[in-house]
Design a protein around this ligand. Sequence first.
Ligand code: ZN
Ligand code: ZN
Length: 369
Amino acid sequence: MADHYEVLGVSKDASQDEIKKAYRKLARQLHPDVNPGEDAAERFKLVTHAYDVLSDEDSRRRYDMGGDQNGGFGGGFGGFGDIFETFFGAAGGARSARPRSRRERGQDALVRIDLELGDVVFGVHRDIEVDTAVLCETCQGSCCQPGTSPVTCDVCGGSGHVQRQVRSLLGNVVTTQPCGSCEGYGTVIPNPCGSCAGQGRVRSRRTVALDIPAGVETGLRLQLPGSGEVGRAGGPHGDLYVEVAVAPHPVFSRDGDDLLATLEVSMTDAILGTTTTIEGLDGSVDLELRSGVQSGDVLTIGGRGITPLRGSQRGDLRVGVQVITPTKLDGAQRKLIEDFAKKAKAPAPRLAQFQQGLFSKLRDRFRSH
Ligand SMILES: [Zn+2]
Ligand SMILES: [Zn+2]
């Protein structure tokens, strides 16, 4: 590790004033505010660390004598300790005696996937691309250049905290603060890993095989524990959340685990009855329309709906009948219908209770059973 005097560019017998001036000059050059590079940030840390050691007479003496690692008072932060905290984050847990860990739990990640309604009937397998932080192969999360390791911080002696005397109305008060030199870790990394810039993790795109269960709906989030971002310094993974969006289907809609559709039936088929085959989301279904079927009648095909998210009993396919009245009749056809009307003695229009739209009628009928 570089000599603290060299880092600041001062001689071994420099006065406190000279040390302070040298530090202020370098801090202005390297400050993350004016110099946002990774290298400058690293040098700023080194410079600040050197200043922390040398600006306090006690720790400077220990350093000169060969670096007693068990320093007590860091002291001498001046106004710079605050700046340091602003840019590198104040270390948490100032009250606890232990240094904080570099290892942090990774963040949760969220991806969205688009599904068709057909995917929801039985569930579907998807390979999804996820862009997250993964463990750095080079350092395996140690943050250090291979072959090197963190060294005990000689400002705080490895505790991650420094004590500082503050003059107050009540006299001198000793407060404990996170060590600004090691950011409270108790160690510093003299040779950060080049592949991950000392973070222990890198961003990478990977493929996650996903079995989406049947019965999911738009907005539902599937949780994959431990599949999110790897933490800093090889910390545990966060979780991966997959949010589902189900595209509307041109024919089928969903009511709970049931599928709904409308079957348009000609007036003559409705009168005479017929058989027909409809295409469901999972193959064809034979339907028998009784003679005299009415608009609004519902044909229920059991077990051809959606497999529920919890459970295995599929919902039903419910088909609402809508009889289509012919609109274009030629002369002969009209004559036939008029003859039919005379013979059938069709009743005159009659006032009855208001009928809601077909779909709400479908639902009402279903719920009343
Ligand atoms: Zn690395
Ligand atoms: Zn420290």
